[in-house]
Design a protein around this ligand. Structure first.
Ligand code: HEC
Length: 114
């Protein structure tokens, strides 16, 4: 009996860990859309009502794209001016993915798409 209980417990825990491991699999595009686009806009140009109000910088601009990866990382992690800090909320890896994602706005067809 005890052994069966342990087995069930292990199965339940295992299932839980699996679900938990899948949760952070949301990709950078989805995170951006949910957490950033409200201010920065879906095209990262900052032309939302909130974005204009807060004077959100155009992340597709040369000025923003000329920042180094670690500068972009720090701005997102620590926040800047009216922008909230995301290091506790997103963690290192997802912020890194967001930096890579932001780079797409600065170049090629991905950046030009409407
Ligand atoms: C509440 C609105 C708001 C949200 C949400 C927000 N930002 Fe910002 N963001 C700003 C503002 C305002 C600035 C300009 C800060 C300053 O320079 O004072 C900024 C600046 C930045 C910068 C620096 C640009 C530069 O030229 O220095 C980056 C990079 C950035 N945001 C990325 C993001 C990412 C990625 C997210 C989502 C995880 C996000 N932001 C969410 C308002 C926001």
């Amino acid at each position: 009996m005890v052994r069966l209980t342990n087995l069930l417990l292990a199965a339940a825990l295992g299932g839980g860990v699996c679900l938990w491991a899948q949760a952070p699999k949301e990709d950078a595009a989805a995170i951006y859309k949910r957490q950033c686009a409200g201010c920065h806009g879906p095209d990262a140009k900052g032309q939302t009502a909130v974005g204009k109000n807060l004077k959100v910088p155009d992340l597709t601009s040369a000025a923003a794209q000329n920042l180094t990866d670690s500068q972009l990382f720090d701005d997102i992690a620590k926040g800047k001016g009216k922008m909230p800090a995301y290091e506790n909320n997103l963690g290192h890896d997802r912020i890194q993915e967001l930096v890579a994602y932001l780079r797409q706005f600065g170049k090629g067809p991905a950046g030009k798409k409407k």
